[in-house]
Design a protein around this ligand. Structure first.
Ligand code: ADP
Length: 271
């Protein structure tokens, strides 16, 4: 091997590392004596769409709650866009992060839950402009401009003056998605966003997520029990089982050719 080739070969993993926007390194999470995640090593690339599937209690929500800084890992480190979540480096030493640092890293992340929790007494527009004005400190005009654009994107451009109670559950969840997008996060987390919806309203929300995914630039981590949707939207599917990533790969591999009996039996439930 010539020196030049050796140099090229060496570069590949480094480049790969650089494109990871989310990185879990040797993460363990325990609640008391109960270990719910173990040896979690996961890199998510800038713009990648990752679907997390697996039985209830397998640790999916804990993975994304840690990223949102709602839970602290028991061991290991998590980085978003090159910044550690719970620690920061001072003079070459890791020290616990302060609230200011946590707020900053949290600003890179948007999360949409099963329960959309819009403010009932505020218009749809105001639901979408409160956080950007008060948290990001952008002007009301700029916030309104962004909110209009995002509400249009989720198909609700004509509902800006209405109130949450005037909207269906599916529409309210689409507002919650728009509200998150207005913050322009680098990473979007979705935790079973259709689980609380009547079946006939699920499709419209999944379509919105597909549209956002198709635009390409937003990194998305999506917990879902909708396997067809996962197949359509994800670059990579992770099967969580007993607190570990048991299988991972492109949807065609994981969903069409499951290796383990556990995954075969899990997928069997959706047929
Ligand atoms: P999933 O999202 O795959 O259903 P979770 O991440 O919500 O799984 O939960 C993983 C495990 O961690 C479950 O056994 C759950 O009971 C436990 N767990 C989650 N949060 C807490 C908590 N705050 N205290 C104690 N146990 C918890």
């Amino acid at each position: 091997m010539t020196e030049e080739v050796a140099e090229e070969t060496k570069k590949v993993p480094e480049d790969d590392n650089e494109s990871a926007i989310v990185r879990y390194k040797d993460v363990k999470k325990a609640f008391g004596d109960t270990v719910v995640l173990n040896e979690l090593n996961l890199d998510v690339k800038q713009g990648e769409k990752v679907a997390l599937i697996g039985p209830s209690g397998s640790g999916k929500t804990t993975i994304i709650r840690m990223l949102m800084t709602l839970e602290e890992p028991t061991e290991g480190t998590i980085e978003v866009d090159g910044e550690m979540l719970w620690h920061k480096e001072v003079n070459g030493k890791l020290v616990p992060a302060d609230e200011k640092h946590l707020r900053k890293v949290r600003g890179n992340i948007g999360m949409v839950f099963q329960q959309y929790n819009l403010f009932p007494h505020m218009s749809i527009m105001r639901n979408c402009t409160e956080a950007p004005v008060h948290v990001l400190g952008i002007s009301k005009d700029e916030a309104k401009k962004r909110a209009k654009e995002m509400l249009k994107k989720v198909g609700l451009g004509d509902k800006v003056d209405q109130y949450p109670s005037q909207l269906s559950g599916g529409q309210q969840q689409r507002v919650a998605i728009a509200r998150s997008l207005v913050m322009q996060p680098k990473v979007m987390l979705f935790d079973e966003v259709t689980a609380a919806l009547d079946p006939e309203l699920v499709g419209e929300v999944l379509e919105v997520l597909k549209d956002i995914a198709a635009e390409g630039d937003t990194t998305m981590m999506i917990i879902t029990h909708e396997m067809d949707f996962a197949r359509d939207v994800a670059d990579r599917v992770l099967f969580l089982d007993n607190g570990k990533i048991a299988e991972a790969g492109p949807p065609g591999d994981v969903l069409e050719n499951p290796k383990s009996e556990r995954l075969q039996s899990f997928l069997g439930r959706f047929n």
